[in-house]
Design a protein around this ligand. Sequence first.
Ligand code: C5P
Length: 225
Amino acid sequence: FRPKLLAGEHVLVTAGPTFEAIDPVRGITNLSSGKMGFAIARAARAAGAEVTLVAGPVHLPTPRGVHRIDVVSAQNMLEAVEAYASQTTVFIATAAVADWRPAHSAQHKIKKDGSGQVPALDFVENPDILARMAASAQARSGQLYCVGFAAESDDLLAHASAKRQRKGVPLLVGNIGPATFGQDDNALLLIDAQGHQELPRASKAALAHQLVAEIAQRLRHTRAA
Ligand code: C5P
């Protein structure tokens, strides 16, 4: 009998894009499909964890046995994550959270008045959900393990290593280009305090299982320390 890799863990995963409203019918979003995050949620469940998946607007079926919460904006996503934070032991942030949102969302649809004038958009910064969870992980010394993701267009290792430090997470996972939005396969670069390692191109489902095994191994080391 081999116990499952994540038995007893409470895994919280964010996935997909966020949608930041401009008015009731318009908004700003991005091309994240949510596929990697959903695959990770499914793999974590298969590894025996209780899994909560906080999903932005995506068109994907809920993995069996996974508790899913649908959200729209980054602020909604933060609220959902914070509601589960205290019971979470592993947080995996795969969501492509919008960095900025319109400073004001109009109550009514903004009308084109025929004068040729265009509306101006002001932005404010969204909360960094991962950085906040990483800060609370520090406070909970060793009881919460945080994993971040990075999509970079160039010099992935340098940028992703810097991001790992800046966000304050033990493990940062880089998407090895070209952009994998909507694709069914991916390749990953795992960066931790010891160094880096590549998970070569494979289906997102296969990579999710490998990543879960890598996380489980690091979790055991952290707990043993
Ligand atoms: O700073 P950047 O967006 O490149 O960082 C990517 C990582 O941070 C991902 O793990 C993403 O889910 C997370 N993130 C977040 N909240 C934000 C921005 C990014 O959780 N507002």
